[in-house]
Design a protein around this ligand. Structure first.
Ligand SMILES: Nc1ncnc2c1ncn2[C@@H]1O[C@H](COP(=O)(O)OP(=O)(O)OP(=O)(O)O)[C@@H](O)[C@H]1O
Length: 357
C-alpha cells in the first residue's frame, strides 16, 4: 500500500510540481510556508483541482493518469476531507450529520462502524446536539468522525486545528494521536505548525514555492543538514522515548531513549508511557568534557558523525551519534574550529531545551 504521485497544476501565476512516494498508512505532514502549495497539493490528491495533471496511484488504484485520460472524480476516489472550519450541516444534529457520512458508503464497503467512530473520537455524548452548541474542538471531532464513517481510502486534513485556540487544540490532539495509531489508511495532514508535525507525523513532505524540497521519514528528514534556509530553524530530531520514572519533588519526567536519559518538565506522564521529544539543532551546544557546573540537565556523550555548512556562514551543523540516537547541533564555525571538531571527535551534547510533544 503506497501513494505514488507525480503531479502538476497551475493556479494563476503559481505552479505546483510535486513528485511523491508516501507510505500507505500513518500520517504524512505537508509542511511549508504560507503559499508554498500545501492546500493545492491536497486538492490535487482529492481530485478537487481541475488543472491537475500527471499521475496518482493510491494503494494500487490509479486515480489520475493524464497520459491515459484517467481522472477519477472526487467521490469515486473515496477520500475523507476535513478542513479548517468543520463544515457540518448547521440544521442537523450530530447524529444526522454522522449518518450523512455513513450513508455515502454501501454497507458491504463500510470499514469503520458507528460505535467505533463514536468511541475513537469521543463524541457519543454529543449525538443530540446541534453544531452551534459544540465547542470548536468538538465540531472538528464530529467532522473527522463523519469523514471516517464514509470509510475513506485516504483521509485528507487541511489545517484542522488552525481555527482553534490552544486549549481546544490540546483537547483534540490526543484524538488525532489515536487515529494515527488505530487507522490503517494513509492520512495527509496539511499544517504550518511544526508542533503538530512533530507530534503526529510519521512522514514529512517539505514544500517551498510549489516544489517538494525534502521528503521522507519524519526524524531523518528534519535532521537533514541540507534543508533550504527557510527550514533551517526547524532542523533537529524527534526522539521516541519511554517514561522511566517521574520525579515528583522537582516535577521532572525521566525519559529513556536510544541516546540515554533525558529529563523534561512533567506533563501528566506516567511511568512506561511512550512519548516524543523534539530537540532542535539550535538548542544543542557542544563541549569537549562534561560540564557539571551548569544549569543544563541534559548532557549526553556522543561522537561527531559529520560537519556541514549552514545557511549562515557564521554557523555549522554538526551531526552526532549519541549511542544510537542521531542529534544535530548548530554551533558557530568559530567554536567548531576552537574545539577542533572533526568526524570522530568525542563531545558532550548539552541540550538546552527538549520539548515534550
Ligand atoms: N484558484 C487560484 N487561482 C490563482 N491562484 C491561486 C488559486 N489557488 C491558490 N492560488 C495561489 O497558489 C499559491 C499556493 O496556494 P496554497 O493555498 O496551495 O498554499 P498553502 O501552502 O496551502 O498556503 P496557506 O498555508 O496560506 O494555506 C498561492 O500563491 C495562492 O495565492
Amino acid at each position: 500500500m503506497r501513494v505514488r504521485a507525480n503531479l502538476t497544476c497551475g493556479l494563476g501565476a503559481f505552479r505546483l510540481a510535486a513528485e511523491l512516494s508516501l507510505p500507505g498508512s500513518g500520517v504524512t505532514a505537508l509542511f511549508g510556508a504560507s503559499g508554498s502549495g500545501k492546500t493545492s497539493l491536497l486538492r490535487c490528491l482529492a481530485g478537487l483541482e481541475p488543472t491537475a495533471r500527471g499521475y496518482l496511484e493510491v494503494s494500487g488504484e490509479v486515480w489520475l493518469d493524464s497520459e491515459r485520460g484517467i481522472a477519477r472524480s472526487t467521490h469515486l476516489r473515496g477520500v475523507g476531507l476535513v478542513f479548517q472550519e468543520a463544515s457540518l450541516f448547521a440544521h442537523l444534529d450530530v447524529r444526522r450529520n454522522l449518518e450523512f457520512g455513513l450513508q455515502r458508503t454501501p454497507v458491504a464497503q463500510r470499514r469503520l462502524h458507528w460505535e467505533g467512530a463514536l468511541e475513537l473520537l469521543g463524541i457519543a455524548h454529543l449525538l443530540e446536539r446541534l453544531p452551534m452548541r459544540l465547542s470548536g474542538g468538538e465540531r472538528q471531532r464530529v467532522a473527522i468522525a463523519r469523514a471516517l464513517l464514509a470509510s475513506p481510502r485516504m483521509l485528507l486534513l487541511d489545517e484542522p486545528l488552525a481555527a482553534l485556540d490552544q486549549p481546544r487544540k490540546d483537547e483534540i490532539l490526543p484524538y488525532l494521536d489515536r487515529l494515527h495509531r488505530e487507522l490503517a489508511i494513509p492520512m495527509v495532514y496539511v499544517t504550518h505548525a511544526m508542533e503538530e508535525v512533530s507530534r503526529l507525523a510519521d512522514h514529512l513532505v517539505l514544500l517551498e514555492a510549489g516544489r517538494v524540497v525534502a521528503a521522507g521519514p519524519l526524524s531523518s528528514t528534519l535532521a537533514r543538514p541540507d534543508l533550504p534556509a527557510s527550514f533551517e530553524d526547524e532542523i533537529g530530531v524527534i526522539v521516541q522515548a519511554v517514561v522511566a520514572h517521574v520525579d515528583s519533588q522537582y516535577q521532572l519526567a525521566h525519559l529513556s531513549c536510544a541516546g540515554g536519559e533525558l529529563r523534561v518538565p512533567q506533563q501528566g506522564l506516567k511511568p512506561a508511557d511512550g512519548c516524543r521529544v523534539r530537540i532542535r539543532a539550535r538548542d544543542v551546544s557542544l563541549t569537549l568534557h562534561e560540564e557539571t557546573d551548569t544549569s543544563i540537565l541534559n548532557r549526553l556523550p556522543g561522537v561527531v558523525a559529520a560537519i556541514h555548512p549552514s545557511s549562515h556562514p557564521a554557523q555549522v551543523l554538526v551531526s552526532l551519534l549519541v549511542g544510537e540516537l542521531p542529534l544535530v547541533a548548530r554551533i558557530t564555525r568559530l567554536s567548531c574550529d576552537k574545539l577542533q571538531l572533526q568526524v570522530g571527535s568525542k563531545v558532550w551534547a548539552q541540550i538546552k531545551s527538549a520539548a515534550l510533544l
